[in-house]
Design a protein around this ligand. Structure first.
Ligand SMILES: Cc1cc2nc3c(=O)[nH]c(=O)nc-3n(C[C@H](O)[C@H](O)[C@H](O)COP(=O)(O)OP(=O)(O)OC[C@H]3O[C@@H](n4cnc5c(N)ncnc54)[C@H](O)[C@@H]3O)c2cc1C
Length: 404
């Protein structure tokens, strides 16, 4: 693809360098293995390949890039991190994990604000050993509105917490060594607390819940699960506030991931249009095809700038919840449409399992629901824009309620 202009040229030099070195690593180390895997109809890299590449990524300084250096990570603040995360998502199997685990796994950022003993106990070792974590907010009763839908209960009994309830759609619970679950210790939004679980645990079972291919989720059953008192994360009743901190960063990540895959899709579609002919002329000569590609390119540029702005605000310590909502919503919706258009440009090949487009198509469909469905972000933004007038008086909805 010819670049209209270099989207990244407005970045400071050091960020351009971070971006390009990660992009090179992905292109040279990950993409060739994926090309092989696609030929064999696989949708993930073999474990031994991931383990070998993890060694290389550690040596290159790309290991857990958002975790402070003192805890074994790369120490990137939010803005450089989203730039790096986009570059790490520019490859076929970037869903659910950019880099397929080669850059480490998703470490819940709330752990970085945990008590010192919890940081000592969990963070360094998780980074060192690439331990996986799950988080359980959503329940069968709903995920968008956790303040009302969480029914799982935690009760203090002697020197233990005892947890009972069910969690739904929990990603990675089948492979994780640890998890964070949110459970009710009181009423209302200040009656939710967060707990660290070390697996396996007596009374904790899960069953696989099949969703769109490539995304393994589970339903968790907690039946008289006992954990020590010091596994409470943060304050008792402070769980809902913790989700706010957590979700702002994770929304920026999903926004960056969506742009990375959509950018790759546009490149494939643009290249295809310059070699494929129909009715005696290249697709690239058709204005209807040009419009699809140019609109995607333009929207992706706007999405990227919105994401960068949200990340810079977060990094400066501003309350970035609303801009993060906007960025998550805009980036995932525009990216999904960009991939949909790219599929259209390639015709049947766009849907072929030998190409990564159908993988991105499915992955991006998920991003419009996780980390808060688009409609709920619009609701939150409408509350900010319209204030009290937007509130549904039939419910006890209040401004600043946040979706999962
Ligand atoms: C692949 C996958 C992985 C996931 N991983 C995890 C995980 O690891 N941990 C976890 O806790 N959860 C996880 N989830 C759950 C996810 O966060 C929820 O699916 C999401 O928050 C929506 O909740 P829900 O499915 O219960 O939909 P509901 O809350 O029932 O909402 C249904 C739909 O109603 C609409 N809607 C809701 N509220 C409003 C409103 N106020 N105005 C207008 N429309 C509205 C939206 O379109 C929404 O999609 C995962 C889900 C999937 C599909």
């Amino acid at each position: 693809m010819h670049e209209i202009f270099d989207s990244y040229s407005s970045l400071p030099e050091d960020l351009r360098l971070i971006r390009s070195t990660i992009a090179d690593f992905v292109r040279q180390e990950i993409v060739p293995h994926e090309t092989q895997a696609l030929k064999q109809d696989l949708r993930e890299l073999p474990t031994d390949v991931v383990k070998n590449l993890q060694v290389k990524s550690r040596a290159a300084g790309f290991w857990y890039m958002d975790v402070p250096e003192s805890l074994g990570g790369g120490g990137l603040p939010t803005f450089p991190y989203v730039v790096a995360y986009e570059a790490a998502s520019h490859h076929a199997f970037c869903y659910p994990d950019p880099g397929c685990g080669v850059f480490g796994y998703d470490l819940p950022n709330v752990l970085l604000n945990a008590s010192q003993s919890q940081i000592d106990r969990y963070v360094k070792v998780s980074v060192q050993e690439a331990r996986q974590w799950f988080f359980g907010i959503s329940e069968p009763s709903g995920g968008s509105d956790p303040a009302r839908s969480i029914q799982t209960r935690a009760t203090r009994v002697g020197n233990k917490w005892v947890l009972n309830g069910r969690k739904m759609w929990t990603s990675r619970a089948d492979v994780a060594q640890h998890g964070i679950v949110f459970a009710r210790t009181g009423e209302g939004r200040t009656g939710i607390s967060a707990f660290i679980l070390d697996l396996p645990l007596k009374g904790l079972t899960h069953r696989p819940v099949q969703v769109i291919r490539d995304h393994a989720t589970t339903e968790l059953l907690l039946d008289e699960v006992e954990i020590p008192l010091d596994h409470l994360l943060g304050e008792e009743g402070g769980g809902f506030a913790l989700t706010q901190k957590w979700l702002t960063k994770s929304r920026l990540k999903v926004a960056a991931q969506s742009i990375g895959s959509a950018q790759a899709a546009i490149e494939i579609a643009a290249d295809y249009a310059t070699v494929r002919s129909t009715f005696g002329a290249l697709l690239a000569t058709r204005q209807s095809i040009q419009n699809l590609l140019v609109d995607s390119y333009m929207e992706l540029h706007a999405a990227r700038l919105m994401l960068w702005d949200a990340a810079m605000r977060d990094e400066r310590g501003e309350d970035a919840r609303q801009v993060a909502s906007m960025a998550k919503l805009y980036c995932t919706e525009r990216s999904f449409q960009a991939v949909d258009r790219a599929v259209q440009v390639l015709g049947g090949m766009g849907l072929s399992r030998e190409m990564p487009l159908e993988h991105w198509f499915r992955g991006l469909r998920v991003t419009r629901i996780i980390e808060g469905p688009s409609e709920v972000h619009r609701m939150l933004l409408a509350r900010a824009l319209l204030g009290e007038s937007s509130l549904d008086k039939r419910s006890d909805s209040k401004p600043n309620s946040s979706p999962k």
